[in-house]
Design a protein around this ligand. Structure first.
Ligand code: C2O
Ligand code: CU
Ligand code: CU
Length: 418
């Protein structure tokens, strides 16, 4: 992103994109890109200053998804940026290296703004040495997954929605249809973000695939996995081993999403989608093996008598409530660690994203850092929640489903940290 005197200048503006042969698509983008946005990169300990200018015809916001930061800098629905205005966000980064992202969060209109194209990566680096591929664009590559359908005039189709939201028939990876990546090393690290409004993916590739990181950072140790599921808003860092000259397709394979047949199919769960073709050169530079230890961060622990909260998910409601900008639903203590029970009482898949907090699902085995957690129909997911350190008696953070239509339709609550 363009940086002037240490300040990142980010403008949201309309543009035109040529995704297909044929008519162009009216889109919105950040930082002079017609669709998507530049990758912003910050180091732990660094003070980040971003000035967001809104050149769109309507009010928007810019939210830093996955970041622990003061509520006034969060970029949620309480930090609107009117057309023509500039909003300055400033905070000190204090969390481990991770693949985060930024996107609009205007009350009731998040799906529309994100669907128009507004989303970008926000990478956090730290000083903990770890021998993973790290040459951006060469062997450390962003893979931002979105799906769109196109109308005959080239514009994005927003008419065909169902109960999960807007599903597209065409996958765009970093804004590109049918993308490929020339690979020059024996291992490539993919930082995959599901920036889709509603679609979930299950990534698989006919090559060894190792999961090294999730939403909030690196795993304690690498896991060779057959596939990786990502609901909207989630991220995964994977390392794929390639062989010289042997092309492989990273695909999304069918996934029932824990739902009954008709619903899984309506949610796109029956689809097989080509995402990204890896095209290794005939001669490859040897990459280091993935280290056995990736992170020594201490996992969350709840202490003796943690506060337990329960969130019941139903049709566009959490605990029976619809989002109300003027109501505070929960009050948390700075730095607290709590246990939350996420209970899906609905037939649809949902997920839960918590602003400012770092989460770990309570499950056997080692714990992954999360900020967005899938909650399949009929299931209960228990998570440890570490609240950020910043108190503010006035400005709330959000808890919501990251299927953006659900969020816009009210599946969101507010919490204060005091
Ligand atoms: Cu990625 Cu509240 O959002
Ligand atoms: Cu967020
Ligand atoms: Cu939902």
């Amino acid at each position: 992103a363009p940086v002037r005197d240490g300040v990142v200048e980010l403008t949201a503006a309309p543009g035109e994109s040529a995704f297909l042969d044929g008519p162009t698509t009216p889109t919105w983008g950040y930082g002079g890109m017609p669709f998507g946005g530049p990758t912003i990169r910050a180091r732990r300990g660094e003070e980040v200053v971003v000035r967001v200018t809104n050149r769109l015809p309507e009010t928007t916001t810019t939210h830093w998804h996955g970041m622990t930061l003061p509520a006034r800098m969060d970029g949620g629905p309480h930090q609107p940026i009117a057309p023509g205005e500039t909003w300055e966000a400033r905070w000190r980064v204090d969390q481990p290296a991770a693949t985060l992202w930024y996107h609009p969060h205007p009350h009731g209109a998040t799906e529309r703004h994100v669907h128009r194209g507004l989303a970008g990566l926000l990478l956090v680096d730290d000083d903990v040495p770890v021998d993973l591929p790290d040459r951006y664009g060469l062997d450390d590559v962003p893979v931002i997954l979105t799906d769109r359908s196109f109308g005959p005039d080239g514009s994005f189709d927003t008419a065909h929605r169902n109960a999960v939201g807007l599903l597209g028939d065409t996958v765009l990876v970093n804004g590109t249809v049918a993308p490929y990546l020339d690979v020059r090393t024996t291992r490539v690290r993919l930082r995959v973000l599901n920036a889709s409004p509603a679609r979930s993916y299950r990534l698989a590739v006919d090559a060894p695939m190792t999961l090294v990181g999730t939403d909030g950072g690196l795993l304690p140790s690498p896991h060779v996995v057959p596939d990786v599921a990502l609901t909207p808003g989630e991220r995964a860092e994977i390392v794929v081993d390639v062989a010289p000259g042997r092309r492989v397709m990273v695909r999304s394979v069918p996934d029932d999403l824990g739902a009954v047949n008709g619903i899984a199919t309506a949610a796109g769960g029956a689809d097989t989608l080509d995402l990204l073709e890896l095209r290794p050169a005939d001669r490859l530079e040897a990459s280091s093996p993935v280290p056995a230890v990736l992170s020594r961060e201490v996992p969350l622990s709840s202490g003796v008598s943690p506060r337990v909260r329960r969130f019941e998910l139903s049709n566009n409601r959490i605990n029976g409530r619809a989002m109300d900008m003027s109501r505070v639903d929960e009050v948390l203590e700075p730095g607290a660690t709590e246990i939350w029970e996420l209970v899906n009482r609905h037939t649809l898949p949902h997920n839960i994203h918590v602003h400012d907090a770092r989460l770990q699902v309570i499950a056997p085995g080692e714990r992954a850092w999360k900020d967005t957690v899938p909650v399949p129909p009929g299931q209960t997911v228990r998570v440890l929640v570490r609240v950020g350190p910043y108190a503010d008696p006035e400005v709330p953070y959000m808890i919501h489903c990251h299927m953006l239509r659900h969020e816009d339709d009210g599946m969101m609550l507010q919490f204060l940290v005091v």
